[in-house]
Design a protein around this ligand. Structure first.
Ligand code: ATP
Ligand code: MG
Length: 254
């Protein structure tokens, strides 16, 4: 729910008209891709909820198994709630697209806000979260840039170990701004590194289920980066951690 508030906080201004078409087309594409996947994702937990409930109803479940069946129904329905919340969040983001303005945005300011809003999450996971770097201004959509930094940091915290760390760094160059989010967490298996940017894709379902999420974060990062003509670079080693670097060209240089 925190994530949703964060997005709402940042969806407020107006967009220059020549940019509007491009952003809306991208939003439309995201929406279509999304609805194709979403019905499938909702169907699976619903089918197992229905199956477990039917068995319970039939009275064929042994007394000692009832608790376990109820637990499954509970966790599957929790999964659906998370999913529906993410869907709502995305549709609000789509609506908000039309109101956004392309403006000069200091990536460092964006990172300060994202790190600040994740303080609590980091503290309760016992993961340190620190920001270094410098002011670096690009022309873009602050709402989308916030989502990028926020989602990367959130992942660094979630897919980490107690006493782990997440380091966010902003570097300024003549022609580009570079965001780096590094963690020393669980890492991503090499053969799945391409897939994590797909909608709903999650590595190791069991661990992912524990920490919660729907597998949408990085697909949002990917689209939001594309809108800024940015490039994503991922280096991850299983059990050692992950570094994601995003390079944003400054205006006039691309
Ligand atoms: N920093 C990371 N370290 C290890 N694994 C990661 C990291 N970032 C992402 N992953 C893996 O990639 C998957 C996809 O990430 P993504 O952010 O898209 O979804 P999510 O975190 O599962 O859910 P959501 O972001 O929608 O709440 C995650 O489920 C996780 O398995
Ligand atoms: Mg995520």
């Amino acid at each position: 729910m925190k994530k949703r508030n964060f997005i709402y906080d940042r969806l407020s201004s107006r967009i220059a008209s020549e940019e509007r078409g491009k952003v809306q087309r991208e939003a439309e594409r995201m929406r279509q891709e999304f609805t194709a996947n979403v019905s499938h994702e909702l169907k699976t937990p619903l089918q197992s909820i229905s199956g477990y409930a039917e068995l319970l109803k039939s009275g064929m479940v042994k007394e000692e198994d009832v608790q376990q069946f109820a637990e499954r129904i509970y966790s599957e329905s929790q999964r659906m709630i998370t999913l529906v919340n993410d869907i709502l969040e995305l549709s609000h983001l789509d609506e908000g697209m039309g109101d956004m303005v392309r403006e000069d945005v200091d990536l460092y300011e964006v990172a300060i806000a994202a790190v600040d809003s994740l303080k609590e999450e980091a503290r309760s996971a016992n993961v340190s979260l620190e920001l270094t770097g410098e002011k670096s201004v690009i022309n873009g959509y602050s709402q989308l840039l916030s989502l990028i930094v926020y989602n990367l940091c959130e992942n660094g915290i979630k897919y980490n170990n107690p006493r782990g760390s997440v380091k966010v760094d902003i570097n300024d160059f003549n022609d580009r701004a570079v965001l780096t989010v590094n963690d020393n967490g669980i890492g991503i298996p090499l053969d799945q590194q391409d897939r994590i940017f797909e909608r709903f894709y999650r590595v190791d379902k069991s661990h992912s289920k524990e920490v919660g999420g729907t597998g949408l974060g990085l697909s949002i990062v990917k689209h939001a980066t594309a809108i800024h003509n940015g490039e994503i670079h991922l280096v991850s080693v299983l059990k050692y951690g992950t570094t994601i670097t995003i390079t944003f060209p400054k205006e006039g240089h691309h």
